[in-house]
Design a protein around this ligand. Structure first.
Ligand SMILES: [Zn+2]
Length: 266
C-alpha cells in the first residue's frame, strides 16, 4: 500500500463540462489520494462556483482566476475589474491562466500580450503567483520578454509542451513547470525527454481537466483522480518510485502556492 498523496495543480472543475458531476468528481479524487486541487476559473460563472466550492472543501479546493488568452477579445475587458476586486477570498492562491496562445490565436496577439502584462502587474501587486499558458511559434520568446521586467518570484508554465531549451531557460529564471497527461501519450517523445532531462526539482503535475485525459482514459472527460497516471509516467521516466514523485511534486506545489498547512491535515 502506498501512502502517496497527489496535488492536481490545474483543473477546470467548475467548467460546464465537469460541474454537473462535481461531488462525485471530488469524491473520486479523494479516493485516489488526490488531496489538493487548484481550480482554474476562466470567467465570472466558473469563478463564483469556485469560491462557493472552496468553502465546501476547505484545504482541498483552491482557486485561481483570469481570462484565458483565447478569450481576451471577448471577455478580457469585461471581466478584469470584477476579478481584480474579488481577489480577497482566502481560497484564491494564484492568478491565471493567462499567457500567449499563438497556435490557435483565437484572440489577437497584441491583446493577449496586453492582458498578460495586466495580469502580471496584478500578480505583483497582490503577491500572488502567475499561472501561464504558452503555446505556438514565438510565444515563449515573447513571454520571456514580457515577464522578465516584472521580476515575479513565482511563475508556473502550465501544461508544458515547449522544448528542452525553453524548459532550461524557465528553470534558470526560477520558474516552475507543470506536466499534464500529454506526457503519457506514446507520441510525446520530446516532452518525455524534457522530463527525463530536467528531473522533478521544479516540477508540478496537473490534469487540465476536462481536457487531455491520460493514455488509459483517452476519449473520456479528464478529472483530477487521473493525475495519478501522469505521476506514474513521470516516475518511470525518472527511474523513481511513484511515492517519490508524488511527494516531491506535492511539496513543490505547497511551496509554489504558499499553502500553509501541514501533512497532518492531509
Ligand atoms: Zn487550463
Amino acid at each position: 500500500m502506498s501512502e502517496s498523496v497527489f496535488f492536481d495543480s490545474h483543473a477546470h472543475i467548475t467548467s460546464g463540462e465537469l460541474y454537473g458531476d462535481i461531488n462525485d468528481i471530488i469524491e473520486r479524487a479523494l479516493e485516489a489520494d488526490v488531496k489538493k486541487i487548484i481550480n482554474i476559473n476562466t470567467d465570472k460563472i466558473t469563478f463564483e462556483r469556485g469560491l462557493a466550492l472552496a468553502e465546501r472543501y476547505p484545504g482541498i479546493i483552491y482557486n485561481s482566476v483570469a481570462t484565458t488568452p483565447h478569450d481576451v477579445e471577448e471577455l478580457g475587458e469585461k471581466e478584469f475589474s470584477y476579478f481584480e476586486s474579488n481577489l480577497g477570498h482566502e481560497s484564491i492562491i494564484a492568478i491565471g491562466e493567462t499567457g500567449l496562445d499563438y497556435f490557435y490565436e483565437h484572440s489577437n496577439r497584441e491583446l493577449q500580450q496586453q492582458f498578460l502584462k495586466r495580469y502580471a502587474q496584478l500578480a505583483k501587486q497582490k503577491n500572488l503567483p502567475l499561472i501561464i499558458h504558452c503555446r505556438g511559434d514565438g510565444a515563449f520568446d515573447d513571454l520571456v520578454k514580457i515577464l522578465t521586467p516584472f521580476k515575479l518570484p513565482r511563475v508556473l508554465l502550465h501544461c508544458f509542451t515547449l522544448t528542452l531549451k525553453d524548459a532550461q531557460l524557465a528553470i534558470e529564471k526560477g520558474w516552475f513547470i507543470s506536466i499534464s497527461g500529454i506526457v503519457t501519450f506514446p507520441k510525446s517523445v520530446e516532452l518525455q525527454n524534457v522530463v527525463a532531462k530536467i528531473g522533478c526539482s521544479r516540477l508540478l503535475i496537473e490534469t487540465d481537466a476536462p481536457y487531455l485525459a491520460p493514455k488509459s482514459k483517452r476519449g473520456k472527460k479528464n478529472e483530477p483522480s487521473y493525475v495519478v497516471e501522469t505521476c506514474a509516467k513521470i516516475a518511470r521516466l525518472l527511474d523513481l518510485s511513484l511515492d517519490q514523485v508524488a511527494t516531491k511534486t506535492f511539496e513543490n506545489s505547497l511551496s509554489f502556492f504558499q499553502i500553509k498547512d501541514s501533512r497532518i491535515l492531509i
